[in-house]
Design a protein around this ligand. Structure first.
Ligand code: FAD
Length: 520
């Protein structure tokens, strides 16, 4: 049972969900480019342990990943029933609806326009009453594009580019199938079977995996993509799971697929509607909508959760099937232990409010290829990987909690408890303190690479109504003529965009019709 030669790297990936197949496709493509050393990647997945089967909304970094994989955008979109996502629409997050009247704001993906060389945000904060528009409608046209169901790009725009910044909604099962094809094209071996035992060396490294169907599997690196069960990293490598239910309360979900009505518009934003013990997602794919109520089992029951989702879906929900899921919310501080790396739900999961699940997989893979231990010990690479991934998870947790912390809803203990300082990480409390009398800048953001940039923070802070009092520094701002032009400028850009950009449903139907148009 000798170790394979160090320069011929052997990797075994356990798990065939989104994270397993994305890892296989990405590592096969990128590591081959990075070194002439021989690479041997095997993915083993169980036929009787199902994948999680959800995870359909993404953030814009996915475009870079797909482009690095060398997949054509139109092929990807057609194969995965994909649609465009330009924003997240937060409905009823600030206050509960009053007399049936809802309110909303958008977390847009396009960067806001500037007031001359400066950020527009402080000008808006100082003059918001006179401007008379919410922040998300003030400095970009994207909220209005979402309201008008317009696509972020034209059919003849090049792959992965367009006038607006965007991500996608897609069918998670079809996405895994596409990635499987890509991975196999790049030489990944595919086995179907169950990993039953993990045998370790005395130094703590995994020596081999035992399977009933394929005997022993030996590798240099073992990637645990086994989902919440964390078959290798938790059961054999003893990496502790840090539960964060005291900060992010939601731990359960009920989901349902909804058919479109004839000619129904296809939304280009993920919608998140706050409810008494959580929120409902609504994701529009090319062929159907996917909905789900993510809730806290401490504050409501399964039965009530199903009622809330049914009520949300309305008449289209009469014959839908409901599926209940438990979520393990938290992460491991040690995601890479000895020669075992956990990626995906086995490494951690933060509730899907900002669609960070797949993005965190992408980040882990990008970190891994850059730190890849082609020779020598894994130890120093593992330490750095763990530091970087911890910072990603912590920053994301703060960002998600901020949505709840700034709510003024008083309709349930779920919302009231979320607003209590003792349920917030100290880093978030400090961040909010810094934002009380100042527009935050990049120096205010968590240390290390992060899922979200400053504009995302501003969208949520100001969307939730946490706007700083800046009167004491009014004289610092010198670009009032440009700032005052902004509303007019936005209206002019919007007029042009409405002529140029196609209706989203039209784009999707054209995309899925006949031959693939010839763009690259
Ligand atoms: P899984 O899909 O659970 O796959 C695990 C795999 O491991 C399976 O193939 C299984 O067969 C295999 N396996 C397990 N044990 C063994 C064994 N012993 N031997 C062999 N094989 C084994 N992310 C987003 O980016 N956007 C979203 O909108 C989003 N929404 C979500 C909503 C909910 C309610 C939940 C729970 C998650 C959501 N996520 C979202 C997260 C996203 O679903 C996951 O990050 C993604 O699907 C990756 O899952 P996975 O591949 O790690 O695990």
């Amino acid at each position: 049972m000798g170790m394979p030669k160090m320069n011929n790297k052997k990797i075994v990936i356990v798990g065939g969900g989104t994270s397993g197949w994305l890892s296989a496709a990405y590592l096969a493509k990128r590591l081959k480019q990075a070194s002439s050393s021989l690479l041997d990647i095997t993915l083993i997945e169980s036929s009787d342990i199902p994948t999680i089967g959800v995870g359909e909304a993404t953030i814009p970094g996915i475009r870079q990943t797909l482009s690095e994989l060398g997949i054509s955008e139109k092929l990807f979109m057609r194969s995965c029933s994909a649609t465009f996502k330009q924003a997240i629409k937060f409905v009823d997050w600030v206050n509960e609806p009053e007399n049936g009247h809802s309110s909303h704001y958008y977390h847009n993906f396009s960067e806001p326009l500037k007031a001359g060389p400066e950020m527009y945000a402080p000008y808006w904060a100082l003059e918001k009453k006179a401007i008379g528009r919410d922040y998300s409608y003030s400095a970009t046209i994207q909220s209005q594009l979402c309201d008008k169901y317009l696509a972020p790009k034209r059919l003849n725009d090049k792959d992965y580019t367009g006038p607006m910044h965007y991500a996608y909604h897609f069918d998670a099962g079809k996405f895994a199938t596409l990635l499987k094809t890509e991975a196999k094209k790049n030489g990944v071996k595919h086995l179907v079977g169950n990993v039953s035992d993990v045998v370790k060396h005395s130094n703590g490294d995994i020596a081999l995996l035992k399977t009933k169907e394929h005997g022993e599997l030996i590798a240099d690196l073992y990637i645990d993509c086994t989902g919440f069960s964390a078959h290798l990293i938790e059961k054999s490598m003893d990496s502790e799971f840090k539960n964060i239910n005291d900060v992010l309360f939601v731990d359960s979900a009920v989901t349902a697929l909804v058919e479109y009505e004839e000619g129904e518009e296809i939304a280009t934003a993920t919608s998140s509607t706050a409810k008494e013990a959580g929120w409902v997602w609504d994701i529009a794919l090319a062929t159907r909508r996917g909905t789900g109520y993510v809730y806290s089992s401490k504050y409501t029951t399964k039965q009530r959760a199903e009622e809330v989702l049914k009520e949300y879906i309305g008449k289209q929900g009469v014959n839908v099937k409901f599926r209940h899921l438990d979520m393990k919310v938290g992460y491991r501080e040690k995601q890479w232990v000895n020669n075992c790396i956990s990626i995906g739900l086995s490494a951690g999961f933060i509730e899907p409010l900002e669609s960070t699940g797949i993005h965190l997989v992408e980040i882990a893979l990008k970190t891994l290829i850059n730190l890849f231990p082609w020779k020598g010990s894994n130890k120093a690479s593992a330490l750095q990987f763990n530091k970087l991934m911890q910072s990603q998870f912590q920053g994301t947790i703060d960002f998600i909690k901020m949505h709840y912390a700034l709510s003024k809803r008083t309709d349930s203990d779920f919302w009231l408890d979320n607003q209590k300082k003792q349920t917030m990480p100290a880093t978030l409390v400090e961040f909010l303190e810094r934002c009380e009398y100042r527009v935050p800048n990049v120096f205010d953001l968590p240390v290390g690479p992060q899922c979200f940039n400053l504009f995302s923070y501003l969208s949520v802070l100001y969307g939730m109504g946490y706007v700083p009092d800046l009167e004491h520094v009014r004289s610092q701002f010198k670009h009032w003529p440009q700032a005052r032009q902004m509303t007019h400028q936005i209206d002019e850009i919007l007029k042009r965009a409405c002529v140029e950009l196609p209706n989203h449903r039209h784009y999707i139907e054209e995309l899925n019709r006949g031959e693939l148009p010839n763009t690259k």
